[in-house]
Design a protein around this ligand. Structure first.
Ligand code: HPA
Length: 280
């Protein structure tokens, strides 16, 4: 499917709308970090000082999501004093069959001066990481055959994915995890289109091919962020074992039950990471 990626003119209304709001808050609210919250992780926002919450429906050109567990708003926050734009909810490829659905959001973040994108998601575990645990994504495999850059005409589209997830960021997060006694294995995330969960045969296949966690998001945002020159860190919140790996019935309800159990760990990791990024 050919997409029409947003150009600077198209995202300008969203950028101005958010900049005006930032100006009302404080002239020096300048977030260089943004974080997208995965399904069931909304409670991470409770550990921040929320300066403004803007429903996506109020932001010109922002895509709206219809998935339970994703409220669909942008929050201008301070986490332990550090500016952090939180995107609570994302639109997924499976909602409209459009891998570039998040393109206006990522382009707007870039125009606002965001340099670092933190991605979180709910995922199935293909390792022995149990539900409620966190996995640091070190690489991905795109099993969908889709790209959010279809239709982009400039040569920037040939973006290197050699270092999709920044090595220095990963080391930093591993250190913070160790200091706080949070187990944080690293692994490869497999992007499946969804919305149906995988079959046991698919899980067996992607394990053999090198995947450690499986989910339906994150990869398009990673590609878009790298296209815009942002650095990316990504965490998977394990909500279940991959289909067929145990006897449980995988469901979205299970995702919403287990994701909040990891919210406190995510908050500790991100807070420490922001201290590092903003130079303490
Ligand atoms: N598969 C795909 N997406 C998911 C899963 C899963 O097992 N768990 C949470 N999101």
């Amino acid at each position: 499917m050919a997409n029409n990626p947003p150009n600077d003119e198209q995202i300008q209304p969203a950028v101005e709308f958010i900049q005006n709001l930032q100006g009302l808050l404080s002239s020096d609210y300048a977030a260089k970090v943004a974080m997208i919250l995965g399904s069931g992780l909304g409670s991470v926002t409770e550990h921040t000082e929320v300066l403004a919450e803007i429903p996506y429906s109020d932001i010109p050109g922002f895509p709206q999501t219809g998935v339970t567990g994703h409220s669909g708003s942008m929050l201008l926050t301070l986490m332990d004093g550090n500016p952090l734009i939180i995107l609570n909810g994302r639109i997924h490829f499976y909602e409209q069959g459009d891998a570039s659905a998040m393109a206006p959001v990522i382009a707007t973040l870039k125009a606002l001066g965001v340099e670092t994108l933190i991605l979180t998601n709910a995922a199935g575990s293909l390792l022995n990481s149990p539900p409620g645990s966190v996995l640091l994504i070190k690489d991905y495999i795109n099993f969908t055959g889709q790209s959010p850059l279809f239709g982009v005409a400039d040569n920037g589209r040939f973006v290197s994915m050699n270092k999709a997830y920044d090595a220095e960021y990963r080391n930093q997060l591993l250190q913070i995890a160790e200091q706080n006694s949070i187990p944080l294995p690293q692994g490869v995330y497999a992007w499946m289109s969804g919305p149906q969960f995988e079959t046991p045969a698919e899980i067996r296949a992607i394990r053999i091919l090198g995947a450690d966690a499986v989910g339906m998001s994150t990869v398009p945002e990673t590609i878009l962020a790298r296209y815009h020159g942002m650095k990316v860190a990504a965490l998977s919140i394990i909500t279940n074992y991959g289909a067929g790996m145990d006897d449980t019935h995988i469901s979205h309800e299970q995702t919403l039950e287990y994701a909040p159990k990891a919210a406190a760990k995510v908050q500790v990791l991100i807070s420490g990471f922001l201290d590092h990024l903003y130079g303490e």
